[in-house]
Unconditional design. Structure first.
Length: 736
């Protein structure tokens, strides 16, 4: 507010307090003054707009000859003037450019130019205020840093090559002057209203540019310009075409709260430092094709009403798109994302295309809280890759989003990405179940338990006092208590829950769900990885084969040893080592938690058989056919068979029993029969039908085979479920 406006407010208060008049007259004067003050307030929009003073040659010469000092720099003050540069005022325009260029650019003392709060009528050509840098020579190199000098050399080389190409193709004569333009001083364009175009292409700006709150009513062209110092267009308004093609920003560029009403292009530009576009509105087509962001790029809370394209752009830092709104298609195809992309709480109302994007090793796309509706929007990406980079930190508040993304990828027939998102969903669900099972409940925990997880005695007492009157609904409710701060909540939020008391039956149900979900995630990535499921089967089959081979071949040592020959032992142990090593390598490559997956396999395969085998050797084996294998094979045919429907023991009917023969211990390939037997039990598939005989077999051996067969049936179910979820159309073959 202006000082005059503040003085009028003081008068208005005195009137209302009765210091001037009394009674009804005071009320009437107060109403009149109130309406008048409201109309004079600039924020009301009714304030009288006073046109700035018209700049004349005399005033220009006066300001040029008497510069002011601002922030220790000499500045030509042309604030709050109306500068007429239209064609009708040609004589003034020529003098304007000549006088300013001689003072701003010529000489050793560089002066800044301040046009703040002015009105520029007609086109403003900043090239005419700049120095033409010759194509050859190093006269101005002392003014530049090493990166700027290298860039200036590249610009010269580019101009020279273009000139030679134009002469060779069009047979044009050599121009008299070639070079680029240097603008040595700073430029203050704050709150300037440009009624004409702004021409600033191919200029090397050595000073800062401040165009905060500027209004550009016509086209703006900064193409192929270089900015050595920070650039600020905060709260500016571009009503027509804005061109910043192939620009180079050495320092930070700020474009916050800018309104682009016309098409805008930053194609081929290079941002060496952070670029900030927060809260900017793009009403029409926006072009960021082949743009390079070498630091973080902030597009938070931006509104994209027109289509936007980052085709083949490079993002070396993080990309912030938090709370952005996409009302038109956005294109990131073939771009390179080196760090994370933050789409938290963004609103997608159209197509987001990440096709053929090159993701860095640690690149993730954070989509937590994103508003995504498959009826309005679509998320595109390279099949098998886009689903792996999508990240959500918690299930709460994101379950609907993840299900919409699953539907989105299934409609696009990207089964791998849909399964990957569902795998993420189930991992978050498992984490939520574990918190419900193991988390400290704020509504039931004792004071000592609360102190164990990190609360102080005063904080735990505050929790106990609060829950006596009102139960906690959300763990974040503790922030409403005066004894807590955000740091304490962040430290304990992963270990606390807020829910009604849970019975032991409910806890048992949660435990079973956790165990089942954990097994599905560890052994198949929740039905999304066929390779991992097959590798789990390979390791289980190898372990089971060795266990049963030892049980069948090592019968006794005394009085007459019944043991396998040394050659068979070497073959069996060697094959076991090779297959386990291969399976472990595959597990390290395919599993996200290979140690936990290996432990799960060992828990299923080893403990129960080891208990049965230990008990068997403690009892000893004394029965008929002690020197004959427990396994028999169907001798009627040798073929690959699916054995899902058959049981692991031969039938008792004598006609069928005659078809089965005990496997021959004397053959050197006998060790392969045990792999075939475990293959039959686990995969229900094998080269030959090998079963357990039904006569003279210890009950513990029968229990061992039945256990292996039952677990194998569950494994086949898991494998078929995984195949049906990963291969389109296979579920129809399996179910029908």
């Amino acid at each position: 507010m202006t000082p005059q406006f503040l003085r009028l407010q003081v008068v208005f208060r005195r009137v209302l307090l009765g210091e001037v008049v009394n009674g009804w007259l005071r009320v009437g004067i107060g109403l009149v003054l109130g309406c008048w003050l409201w109309m004079m307030n600039p924020a009301s929009g009714w304030a009288i707009q006073q046109e700035p003073e018209v700049l004349t040659l005399e005033r220009l010469q006066e300001r040029v000859e008497h510069p002011v000092q601002r922030e220790g720099k000499s500045t030509i003050d042309l604030r709050q003037f109306t500068i007429d540069l239209r064609d009708a005022n040609d004589s003034f325009r020529n003098q304007f450019y000549r006088i300013l260029q001689n003072r701003v650019q010529v000489g050793t003392a560089v002066a800044n130019l301040d046009l703040g709060n002015s009105v520029v009528q007609g086109d403003l050509d900043l090239q005419r205020l700049s120095l033409r840098e010759p194509l050859y020579g190093e006269a101005f190199f002392p003014l530049l840093t090493e990166p700027e000098q290298a860039q200036l050399k590249r610009d010269r080389r580019r101009i020279s090559q273009l000139s030679q190409l134009s002469r060779s193709l069009l047979l044009q004569p050599q121009p008299t002057q070639l070079g680029i333009f240097l603008f040595r001083g700073g430029l203050d364009l704050a709150q300037v209203r440009f009624e004409g175009a702004v021409l600033a292409s191919d200029i090397f700006f050595l000073g800062t540019i401040n165009a905060q709150g500027a209004q550009f009513q016509q086209d703006v062209n900064f193409s192929e310009s270089r900015f050595s110092q920070p650039v600020s267009f905060v709260a500016s308004q571009f009503q027509a075409i804005a061109q910043f093609r192939s620009c180079l920003f050495f320092e930070r560029a700020r474009w916050r709260q800018v309104l682009f009403q016309g098409p805008v292009t930053f194609q081929g530009s290079d941002f060496r430092e952070r670029a900030g576009y927060g809260q900017t509105v793009f009403q029409q087509e926006t072009n960021f094709i082949r743009t390079t962001f070498q630091q973080n790029a902030d597009f938070g809370q931006t509104i994209w009403q027109g289509s936007g394209s980052f085709l083949k752009s490079v993002f070396a830092g993080d990309v912030f798109l938090t709370e952005a709104r996409f009302e038109a298609p956005m294109n990131w195809r073939q771009s390179r994302l080196g760090q994370s992309v933050n789409l938290r709480s963004a609103i997608a109302q159209s197509q987001l295309d990440f096709g053929d994007v090159v993701f860095g090793v640690d690149t993730v796309i954070n989509i937590a809280g994103m508003d995504f509706n498959t009826e309005q929007a679509a998320l595109l990406g390279s099949p098998g890759r886009i689903g792996r980079v999508l990240s959500v930190p918690a299930l709460e508040g994101n379950e609907t989003l993840l299900r919409n993304l699953i539907r989105n990828f299934r409609e696009l027939e990207q089964v791998a990405d849909a399964n990957r998102v569902e795998y993420t969903l189930e991992k978050l669900r498992l984490r939520s179940l574990r918190r419900q099972l193991l988390g400290v409940n704020l509504n039931t925990a004792s004071q000592s338990r609360l102190q164990q997880i990190g609360f102080s005695s005063m904080q735990s007492s505050a929790i106990l006092d609060y829950r006596q009157h009102n139960p906690f609904v959300n763990p974040a409710d503790i922030l409403d208590l005066g004894a807590f701060d955000l740091a304490t909540y962040v430290k304990v939020r992963d270990r606390i829950i807020a829910q009604p008391p849970v019975s032991w039956v409910r806890r048992l149900q949660l435990l079973l769900r956790c165990l089942t979900l954990s097994v599905l995630l560890l052994t198949s990535h929740y039905g999304t990885s066929v390779g991992l499921t097959l590798d789990v089967g390979l390791l289980a089959i190898v372990l089971s084969s060795v266990l049963f081979w030892g049980t069948d071949r090592y019968r006794r040592s005394l009085p007459k040893p019944i043991v396998p020959p040394l050659q068979e032992t070497i073959w069996m142990l060697s094959s076991f080592s090779i297959l386990v090593s291969l399976g472990s390598l595959l597990l390290l490559r395919l599993g996200e938690a290979p140690l936990k997956t290996g432990l799960a396999i060992a828990i299923v395969v080893i403990p129960v058989p080891v208990v049965l085998i230990t008990r068997l050797y403690q009892q000893g084996r004394f029965h008929n056919q002690l020197d004959t294998s427990y396994l028999v094979e169907d001798g009627s045919a040798r073929q690959l068979r699916l054995l899902i429907a058959r049981l692991p023991i031969i039938p008792k009917f004598p006609f069928y029993r005659d078809r089965y023969y005990s496997i021959d211990w004397e053959k050197r390939r006998n060790w392969l029969n045990y792999y075939d037997f475990s293959l039959n039990n686990w995969l229900k598939f094998g080269f030959n039908d090998i079963r357990l005989r039904d006569e003279d077999v210890p009950g513990l051996v029968t229990a061992l085979v039945w256990y292996q067969w039952a677990v194998g049936l569950a494994y086949v179910t898991l494998l078929l479920w995984t195949l049906s979820r990963t291969i389109p159309g296979l579920n129809l073959l399996l179910y029908f």
